[in-house]
Every structure is written in structure tokens, then in C-alpha cells.
Design a protein around this ligand. Structure first.
Ligand code: 5GP
Length: 122
């Protein structure tokens, strides 16, 4: 697992060095609108702790950080009226997953029918 880069974009957003359109914040998470939305609602939920990816988070975060994170994802979906119609969560991980920002994040997408989960495999 690669070491955490404290200068990644989301670390800078957490420190307030780069602005974001915040939709939710609590002890465990910050959530903000994706700068390049792929759906009418596209929110990024990130833990406040320094974790590279979901495998780092699952292996090294405390029980309260993990519970706090996923409870917040569910709450943010409710707060943004996604739960009734359905929505999608994505956590891109590493090279094959196409992860661009090396701070664990969950994409929360909704507001329309999202179609198939993946493009057809080659
Ligand atoms: P990944 O490919 O790592 O799963 O997703 C990274 C996401 O972060 C992309 O959807 C991209 O649009 C978003 N993103 C990259 N830089 C910024 C930024 O500076 N601000 C915001 N709000 N989103 C960003």
C-alpha cells in the first residue's frame, strides 16, 4: 500500500487550503460536491483521517471512524433525497479502479436512473 500523501487535493480541502461546496460535515467526515459531476447529485464523502483508499481505511481505521463514516454516507443520502429513488456509491481503488485522488472517498451519485454499473468489458 502506498504511503499517504498529505498534499493530495482532498487533504488540502480538509485543511481549508482549497475551497469546496460543502454539503455535510461532522466529527468523522466532510462531504462536498464533485467538481465534475457525473449525475444531477454527485457528492464526495471523505473521512477526516488520513487513509489512502478503502483497503487502508478498512484495515487501519478505528471502529468508530468506520461506523461514523458509513452512518454519514447513509445520512447524506437521506438529506439529499436520494434514498427513496435509489442511488449509487462508488469507491474507486488504486490503478485498476481508476482512483485519481489518493485519499479514501465514496462517490454518492443519484438524481436520475444511472444505467448499467460498468461499461461492457472488452
Ligand atoms: P476518483 O477517480 O479518485 O475516484 O475520483 C476523484 C474525484 O474527485 C473526481 O470525480 C473529480 O472530479 C473530483 N475532484 C478532483 N479534484 C477536485 C477538486 O479540487 N474539488 C472537487 N470538489 N472535486 C474534485
Amino acid at each position: 500500500m502506498t504511503a499517504y500523501d498529505k498534499n493530495n487535493i482532498f487533504a488540502k480541502i480538509l485543511r481549508g487550503e482549497i475551497p469546496c461546496k460543502k454539503v455535510h460535515e461532522d466529527e468523522y467526515v466532510l462531504a462536498f460536491n464533485d467538481i465534475n459531476p457525473q449525475a444531477p447529485v454527485h457528492i464526495l464523502v471523505i473521512p477526516k483521517g488520513a487513509y489512502v483508499s478503502i483497503d487502508d481505511f478498512g484495515a487501519n481505521a478505528s471502529e468508530s471512524e468506520i461506523a461514523g463514516f458509513y452512518r454519514a454516507v447513509a445520512k447524506i443520502a437521506q438529506e439529499n433525497n436520494l434514498a427513496a429513488g435509489g442511488f449509487r456509491t462508488i469507491a474507486n481503488t488504486g490503478l485498476n479502479g481508476g482512483q485519481e485522488v489518493p485519499h479514501f472517498h465514496v462517490h454518492l451519485l443519484g438524481g436520475r436512473s444511472l444505467g448499467p454499473m460498468l461499461a461492457k468489458a472488452a
